[in-house]
Design a protein around this ligand. Structure first.
Ligand code: UT7
Length: 326
């Protein structure tokens, strides 16, 4: 069995925040942000959470697929910013869209999350275990950002993207996925600390128990990405015996325009084959690839049979590059 994309959906919160606005909060400028990253605006939620946005993106994908939500066998939500420890985001989406026959869980792999979720869904479909999967990337990164820290607060945005994939007789799917936990400190955001009756309060200083925010060694991650991603793209092309002339688009995680330009140069592929929307939405982590796919889909940029390379990369470190046939 192979897999095909049936539909996509996305949801972005209403409130747009431009670079000018951020210049009023921290010592930055539109010139710095747009020239170093390509980002001009991002959407920031003023109330809708990760599950709510995920469900809205999912509902659009379900409506476009024209399927009964009861036919969805599995829902996987890739997120690093769930609303709660319990229940998981996917269960909340299930209840919202009425997909009561689905098994539901979340997957945490930072900005590689959607590609990892897609690979997990593909494995179930390929093995004949499930027929229909709903995969979602949804993030509320605005709650994980230190809004006094200019090196991170200008980069990220909130949003959700979804796709429905189904088992199919034909299709193409090749992946190179990887992780390097030894470089875990390049991108971090601590969660809860160990506090229980066996751990004295005194041993946790105020600093250690304070709320943590996203910290990133930007240059380190940048160097890792521009070295690793072109290699993994070449590897999936070799595995699938595809030439770069056959690839219609490279849909990369929307972290930085300079990253996309560097990958395009390294591959000697025109930048036009690297669609972008980071100028409008910033870096939405696991949501960036499905949001972009949905925007492309809506603009009729995707035709059946198109060969597309998806590539996500980020904290962990993690990376995943997958060649699909639309
Ligand atoms: O989504 C997960 C994967 N993440 C990525 O792929 C991100 C990869 N990294 C990047 O995209 C880039 O490294 C950043 C956009 C994060 C940073 O760009 P950079 O060109 O690497 O800048 P930098 O961190 O080296 O900082 C250069 C200068 C510093 O000042 P000095 O030390 O040269 O005086 C920073 O303090 O820019 C300063 N700076 C800023 N200035 C104005 C950092 N942030 C800002 C800011 N406004 N917002």
């Amino acid at each position: 069995m192979e897999m095909r994309f049936v539909s996509t959906g996305s949801y972005l919160p209403e409130q747009a925040v431009d670079n000018e606005y951020l210049s009023g909060i921290v010592d930055t400028s539109d010139e710095w942000i747009s020239s170093r990253t390509g980002i001009r605006k991002r959407r920031i939620t003023v109330g809708e959470g990760t599950a709510c946005m995920a469900a809205k993106a999912a509902a659009k994908a379900v409506a476009r697929a024209d399927i009964d939500p009861l036919d969805i066998d599995i829902i996987i939500v890739a997120t690093m910013s769930p609303d709660n420890f319990l229940p998981n985001t996917a269960c909340e989406v299930q209840a919202e869209i009425g997909a009561m026959h689905a098994v539901c869980y979340d997957l945490s792999a930072a900005c590689s999350g959607f590609v990892f979720a897609l690979n997990t869904a593909y494995s179930f479909l390929k093995a004949g275990i499930y027929k229909t999967a709903l995969i979602i990337g949804s993030e509320v990164l605005s709650k994980m950002i230190d809004w006094n820290e200019r090196s991170t607060c200008v980069l990220f945005g909130d949003g959700a993207g979804a796709a429905i994939v189904q088992a199919s007789e034909t299709g193409l799917f090749e992946s190179v996925l990887g992780s390097d936990g030894t470089r875990k400190n390049s991108l971090t955001c601590a969660s809860r600390y160990i506090i229980n009756p066996l751990v004295s309060q005194d041993s946790n200083s105020t600093d250690e128990t304070a709320l943590d925010y996203i910290k990133m060694d930007g240059q380190e991650v940048f160097k890792f990405v521009i070295k690793t991603i072109p290699l993994t793209i070449q590897q999936v092309m070799e595995k699938s015996c595809c030439t770069k002339e056959e690839i219609r688009y490279y849909v990369l995680h929307q972290a930085n325009q300079r990253i996309l330009e560097s990958v395009s140069k390294k591959l000697k592929e025109p930048i036009e084959k690297f669609p972008m929307n980071l100028d409008k939405y910033g870096n939405t982590s696991a949501a960036s690839i499905p949001i972009l796919l949905d925007k492309m889909n809506k603009r009729n940029m995707l035709d059946r049979g198109d060969k597309i390379i998806l590539s996500g990369f980020g904290g962990g470190l993690t990376w995943g590059t997958t060649l699909i046939e639309w």
